[in-house]
Design a protein around this ligand. Sequence first.
Ligand code: NDP
Ligand code: A1CAB
Length: 270
Amino acid sequence: MISPGTPLVLVGAGNMGGAMLSGWLDAGTDPAAIVVIDPKPPEAMVERLANAGVRCEASAPQGVTAGILMLAVKPQIMDAVLPGLKGLVGPDTVSLSVAAGKTISYFEERLGGAVVRTIPNTPAMVGRGITGAVANAAVSAEAKAEIDRLLSVCGPVEWVEDEAMIDAITAVSGSGPAYVFYLVECMAEAGRKCGLPADLAMRLARETVTGAGELMHRSPSEAETLRQNVTSPNGTTAAALSVLMAEDGIQPVFDKALKAAADRSRELAS
Ligand SMILES: NC(=O)C1=CN([C@@H]2O[C@H](COP(=O)(O)OP(=O)(O)OC[C@H]3O[C@@H](n4cnc5c(N)ncnc54)[C@H](OP(=O)(O)O)[C@@H]3O)[C@@H](O)[C@H]2O)C=CC1
Ligand SMILES: O=C(O)[C@@H]1CCC=N1
């Protein structure tokens, strides 16, 4: 489905599109089967594309029919960008959106045909992302399998039948890395308030979160068991968790935060 004749055309090589593109190039995807459209990609991406020999254009080139047309610009500019891309769409093109909020019917109306709506996350850049995905009926089994292979380079893919779930998936895993990075910031700041130098507190917080993540990645145990393994009866962890797991602890904050993200995803639809 993607080849130098019918390339994967990536529209928007910023944080998310660039992360996935890096994952694909690292995994050995043929650079001749990729075309990037971005009027001003980030500097590091310009260098990456040049080194890999990937064609990069400021706007849609003439005479190219995309095998996959990947839409990775901000949802707020999608209305302005899509009309300029119609020339890239042929009868077998699959539109592959990573944009928060924008629905399958939105793309069907503007580009027609086969549409896959996804929500990836930035750890895709190191092959450790996770993507939620839903396809419309016009996507053939063969095209879906090829897109699954492509997305899987960046980490596991969770296909859903119910498009409405994508808003909640956005709230959990699409935005989720930001919550984890913020957790590191909060732990470092709390460590500083306990008397540590700021740089040492940050190193401790950062290594703790990445180490705990790696342990969870490699271990078959549930998160709950891994948590219990740290928690000695009447010890220091129990003291901290009595605050974090209290009725007014972290759970109600997460309930509220993720609802705000899912609501915002629904708002971005229009
Ligand atoms: N960041 C994330 O963690 C995630 C993002 N997403 C989705 O990915 C999409 C992109 O987000 P993100 O990567 O964060 O945003 P970025 O702003 O980092 O990337 C978008 C890129 O598109 C470029 N661009 C602007 N106008 C055009 C145009 N007309 N044609 C082609 N490219 C253009 C931007 O350039 P310039 O900067 O000059 O405007 C930028 O390089 C969004 O729809 C978002 O909802 C989904 C999941 C996770
Ligand atoms: O913040 C956003 O809207 C995008 C979608 C998920 C992560 N970043």
